[in-house]
Design a protein around this ligand. Structure first.
Ligand SMILES: Cc1cc2nc3c(=O)[nH]c(=O)nc-3n(C[C@H](O)[C@H](O)[C@H](O)COP(=O)(O)OP(=O)(O)OC[C@H]3O[C@@H](n4cnc5c(N)ncnc54)[C@H](O)[C@@H]3O)c2cc1C
Length: 408
């Protein structure tokens, strides 16, 4: 039987893209079909940096989508980038995480570096000639970022950095680290700095084993009196926290796209299985219980895609409430992805559990999206707190009487 090119999940979101943007999505699809998909299992077999994948993404101009045009990038809109990340997340988390990781590690350089540093570094980051990593998390500060203990002291024309960073992706391949700490003489102020990998006093630990996201290893960093020139400060003193949040916001939107892509990939795989597999005299796909499972998953994925598309539009417009929408999109899509890969693995039975079958990898990769770039619980807290704050002054539901509700 001839294979159709019609996809299980529609292209309706592409209608808001320009012709050029759609062409880029088509190129990414072709790359997924030709290279990233077929090679994904081999790439994720060992947790060593996937240089070939990274170089392919750089060569194809996908890394450059994160950077401004004036430095060799394409300044791509988020409405386009979520489609690219979804396409890649559908087959290869390693590759997708290289795009979200580039957002995370380069955004503060784009937003806060001096003109001279941007001119020196950004064109080379665009082409993948060099890499950066984002060093925020510490042993005592993960979800609660304000608990950072890294101290940064101004000494003449330099800053001197002391402290530890943990879970730093691409620490062993990055040339530069975006490091966030607090000022030694005013602990209320956060500061972001660029530190070179060879700076004396910086120790990068061996790579640390983990459950999934193979191909993008993590390490810890130890800073003992590491000096960085004052010209390597990102933004002003006191702006470090906001620069980190700005980078996380962008990467969070990418995490949502990656999770949705993986969820879509998981349904594609399970749907193919249930149409082939016969049990109790008919195919699995003809069992109503299975159809209902697939229906729930597909409906929620389309709802989550719509929420993410709205969030990306808000990001591109610079809407004030984009951070809340990014929290909603990230929390919803990453929790949904975990559920979808769990249920699709169940639907594929023992085969789903095999290392040879892609869902085993999807299952392991899904977990990190719920933890990194703000755990789901943290996002729920952010969303709930915002709702309660706004409820104090928001228009009342017309069904209510005037006056205090306690007077009812
Ligand atoms: C593979 C990997 C790559 C990473 N890459 C980077 C990187 O490149 N750069 C970097 O800086 N960091 C990185 N991180 C760190 C990551 O951002 C943190 O792991 C994450 O922010 C959570 O912090 P934590 O692990 O310290 O968890 P904790 O802060 O200890 O939280 C543990 C759990 O508690 C729950 N929780 C937390 N707060 C609340 C709350 N208020 N209410 C209810 N429940 C709550 C959540 O379920 C959370 O998962 C990476 C982590 C991993 C595992």
């Amino acid at each position: 039987m001839e294979k159709s090119t019609e996809r299980l999940f529609g292209d309706h979101f592409l209608t808001s893209l320009t012709i050029d943007e759609r062409l880029l999505v088509s190129r990414v699809r072709a790359l997924c079909r030709r290279t990233l998909g077929p090679e994904a299992a081999a790439v994720a077999r060992e947790d060593v940096f996937a240089w070939n994948t990274f170089r392919t993404l750089a060569r194809e101009g996908i890394i450059a989508t994160a950077f401004p045009k004036e430095y060799g990038g394409t300044d791509s809109r988020q409405v386009l980038r979520i489609r690219i990340i979804e396409e890649i997340g559908r087959v290869c988390s390693t590759a997708a995480s290289m795009i979200t990781g580039t957002d995370l590690s380069s955004r503060a350089i784009v937003a806060g570096a001096t003109q001279a540093l941007k001119t020196e570094l950004l064109p080379r980051l665009c082409t993948g000639e060099i890499q950066s990593a984002f060093a925020l998390t510490e042993p005592g500060a993960g979800s609660d970022v304000r608990g950072l203990e890294m101290l940064v002291r101004r000494v003449g024309d330099s800053y001197v950095v002391n402290g530890r960073k943990k879970f730093i992706t691409r620490a062993t391949t990055a040339d530069w680290f975006v490091v966030v700490g607090r000022l030694a003489d005013d602990h209320s102020k956060f500061i972001a700095l660029l530190v070179h990998k060879d700076a004396p006093g910086l120790t990068i630990s061996p790579e640390v084993g983990k459950l999934g996201w193979f191909g993008v290893p993590i390490s810890s960093l130890q800073f003992d009196d590491v000096a960085a020139p004052a010209t390597h400060r990102l933004g002003e003193e006191g702006e470090g926290f906001n620069l980190a949040q700005d980078a996380l916001l962008r990467a969070r939107i990418g995490h949502a796209g990656m999770a949705l892509g993986r969820a879509i990939g998981a349904i594609e795989i399970a749907s193919a299985y249930v149409t082939e597999r016969n049990v109790f005299g008919k195919t699995l796909g003809e069992q109503q219980g299975v159809q209902w499972m697939l229906a729930d998953m597909a409906t929620q994925i389309e709802a989550s895609r719509a929420l993410l598309a709205l969030t990306a539009e808000k990001y591109d417009r610079g809407d004030a409430d984009v951070a809340i929408f990014a929290s909603m999109a990230k929390q919803h899509s990453t929790d949904l992805c975990m559920k979808v890969v769990t249920d699709t693995l169940q639907l594929t039975g023992g085969r789903g559990y095999l290392q040879d079958f892609p869902l085993e990898r999807f299952f392991r990769d899904a977990k990190l999206n719920q933890i990194g770039e703000g755990a789901s619980e943290v996002h729920k807290t952010v969303i709930g707190r915002d709702l309660v704050r706004r409820a104090r002054t928001a228009e009342r539901n017309p069904c209510l009487h005037e006056g205090l509700l306690t007077e009812y």
